[in-house]
Design a protein around this ligand. Sequence first.
Ligand code: ASP
Length: 363
Amino acid sequence: MLVNVSLAVAVAASLLGSAAAAPLVAVKQLVERKVNASPDFNITFSSSHTDGLPRTLIMATGGTIAGSSASATDSTNYRAGSIGVAALVDAVPQLLNVSNIDGMQVSNVDSGSITDDIVLLISKLANKALCGSDPEYDAVVVTHGTETLEETAYTLDATLMCDKTVVVVGAMRPATAISADGPSNLLEAVTTAVSPASHGRGVLVVLNDRICQALYCAKTNANALDTFKAYEQGFVGGPLSTKPFFYYPPSQPTFKTVYDLSNVTSLPRVDVLYSHQMATFDGVNASVANGAKGFIGAGTGAGGISPWAKQNLAYVMSQGIPVVASTKINNGVVAPDEDPAAGSYISSALLNPVKSRRLLQSL
Ligand code: ASP
């Protein structure tokens, strides 16, 4: 398929206005695909090939990193998911000095519209790309809207069956904004993904000059650039001159579990219930009637749920439907019960409600 060169060049020009005056690197061209990737990968474009460079598959899903607005000062009312993967890569020619790149447009939506099927597809493709006996790629980068980025990143972390690196990256400012953060985030993401120093650390979230492990990483601010954090556990590193610098040798989180979803074709519906004073969760029966197979309580503290809500949850649990007690505080632990009675809540341990949801869906 031919690259949409005019859009790519227009976006590159708008994003790299000042850099374009004094380019530091040769701009390599995106070219029509010449090498046959396995038909599983519906590649939209390939970069020109440089011998000796690693191979990265970028799966683009949309979000603010692919967002555009008529105004360079607009960071709230833009349209997320409007720029394609070729234009994203073409805006950062330095990428092609770091890796050969294949781009695949998995979706182009705001991250509130990411479905279970999209996440399942990305998980399967990432495993195929990296973990087979003769893997076609050295690294995978997923571009994603920041609002539900941690859900996809966590699912990939819990389902990737090898020690290679998947990096999930987004941006807080649309591609058309002054000082858009997408281009540098993308360069740091690919540079981190292809670095052997990243292996064995699980899926990584790279934004704003920080590297965060997906299991712990969460969005903490609705607007600011420094939004992805792991408050308790901290960052595992930060890019220096775009290259990853890790503070510690590779390690994995204490409670990390990995599930093989290669034969799974759909994920069950699991709903999150937000707890508060006088919460009733009266809607759970309607949710069950509509197909919910499990619930996550986003508790007020370490799993706290009102007595009225508990009654409704006790009823659904008596029907064999699992309920996980998590916390809306997003930090801290809902400690596992040492001697759980039959039919009691499952504790989320360190997982926040949305990650608990993804884990319950994968069990
Ligand atoms: N505002 C969001 C973002 O930062 C939009 C989305 O999540 O798609 O990407």
